[in-house]
Design a protein around this ligand. Structure first.
Ligand code: TRP
Length: 444
């Protein structure tokens, strides 16, 4: 990961881990299972997989390619692909930056809850259960303190240059997260009630299919792959010219989707186990209760059933989740910071301080008006803004950007691309199918 704004990823593996680090986060472990649980389980899973394959993956290639071609922050990269459209490029870049900052402002709140759960597990370990109560009980002060702690962590990492720390961390700790997920999934199936959750997750019940579900699945796919707000454009700009972009994008998409799938495999059964153990999960009418905080109720309930081991596992689990959230939040803050250092010629420290400070203030406003703002900001950013900006980016790549330039850019890491099926399908696909699909989903 780049420490200066014009650094480069040192290896393709490093990039995949960093981009996968951006992609894998709360969206996979908190967003996806919650959405699947509230939208009929298996039907949501199927539509989600279709959305990743049909829309998000081609978009990911498009964003990475623009970034690497431009070798600069999103504003300049868009401008490089669209030389006559300077104003348009600036507008698109600025909107992307505003939306990504808003995403960070709610993301930090949820990540703060993880920090709370982490310390709570630690206290549990020492038998200090009651001290942890404040950390895990929903409240404005607690939300505020934990959010600020997480923002400080994010700002610290981005300021220090992401170079060695996080790239190395994610390379080593992400695999550990996968293993722990796998083990917890196996464990949960030894518990009563788990199979009911598995059935909901894997056996489709078509009556749950609604147009709204498709919109949610699309939003979730864009969110999970960090699309539509210039994160991947920025990361692409740190990528070496000899990288095979379609292949790299496919690997990132695969890792991200794999983690979401496994998280669902763990969380949905865990929900029903908790229900079996007396935790109220559904309302009398069958709707999911407190969906925002669901994962934070259900997982600790699962750890509790494991005795002392449970506290240790909880501690490790929440630590890994904090790291997963951190590799995502730094990718968000990196976008406006890269712009400020290059366009406004500010130092990294200055940029991190004022931009991070601003995001923290916005986040604090959300915390203090939680019931009215939290859901609204999520809705506005992920359900509407992300797909709309993504639509504008596909129009840029499909209709404005010179096709030969795209081909030459992709060829550098993939010389045979001209004869591949990818090149036969993708350009037309991005030009026509992606925008039409997005519009259809939107106006359905
Ligand atoms: N994709 C990450 C997740 O699943 C979150 C994330 C990182 C993100 N960068 C983003 C979401 C940019 C939207 C836009 O948790």
């Amino acid at each position: 990961m780049a420490s200066s704004s014009r650094g480069q990823f040192t290896s393709r593996f490093g990039f995949i881990m960093a981009a996968a680090g951006s992609a894998v986060g709360l969206g996979n472990v908190w967003g996806f299972p919650t959405q699947a649980a509230s939208n009929g389980g298996a039907v949501f899973l199927i539509v989600y997989l279709l959305m990743v394959f049909l829309l998000a993956f081609p978009m990911l290639v498009a964003e990475l390619t623009i970034g690497r071609y431009g070798q600069s922050n999103p504003i300049r990269s868009f401008n490089a692909a669209w030389p006559k459209g300077k104003a348009g490029a600036i507008l698109l870049g600025v909107i992307g930056m505003i939306v990504v900052s808003l995403i960070l402002s709610f993301y930090a709140i949820v990540a703060g809850w993880l920090v709370g759960s982490f310390f709570n597990s630690g206290l549990d370990l020492f038998g200090l259960d009651s001290a942890g109560h404040w950390l895990t009980t929903f409240g404005t002060e607690r939300n505020l303190v934990l959010m600020i702690a997480f923002m400080a962590l994010t700002m610290f990492v981005v300021r220090n240059g992401v170079a060695n720390g996080i790239e190395k961390w994610s390379t080593r700790l992400m695999p550990l997260l996968f293993v722990l997920f796998g083990l917890l999934t196996i464990y949960i199936f030894t518990q009563d009630g788990a199979w009911e959750g598995l059935k909901m997750y894997l056996v489709p019940d078509i009556s749950h299919f609604t147009p709204k579900l498709v919109v949610s699945a699309m939003g979730q796919a864009f969110f999970s792959l960090s699309l539509g707000v210039c994160v991947m454009t920025t990361y692409g700009s740190y990528l070496k010219k000899d990288t095979n972009l379609p292949k790299t994008a496919a690997q990132v998409a695969l890792i991200d989707t794999g983690v979401a799938f496994i998280a669902g495999l763990m969380v949905l059964p865990a929900m029903f186990v908790a229900k079996h153990n007396g935790v109220q999960i559904f309302s009398d009418t069958g709707e999911l209760l407190n969906s925002d905080t669901l994962v934070f109720t259900v997982l600790p309930a699962m750890f509790d059933t494991m005795g002392v081991m449970g506290a240790v596992i909880g501690l490790v689990f929440f630590l890994l989740m904090i790291i997963a959230a951190l590799t995502s939040s730094i990718s968000m803050l990196e976008v406006p910071v890269a712009c400020a250092t290059e366009e406004l010629k500010q130092s990294r420290t200055t940029a991190v301080l004022w931009i991070g400070g601003l995001v923290t203030i916005v986040s604090a406003v959300i915390v203090m008006n939680f019931s009215s703002l939290f859901g609204l900001v999520i809705q506005f950013t992920t359900v509407y803004s992300q797909p709309i900006i993504a639509l504008l980016i596909t129009l840029l790549v499909g209709w404005i950007w010179n096709r030969n330039q795209i081909l030459n850019e992709l060829k550098q890491g993939y010389p045979e691309i001209e004869n591949s099926w990818f090149w036969k399908v993708w350009p037309i696909y991005v030009r026509l199918v992606c925008p039409v699909l997005m519009l259809l989903v939107f106006f359905a």
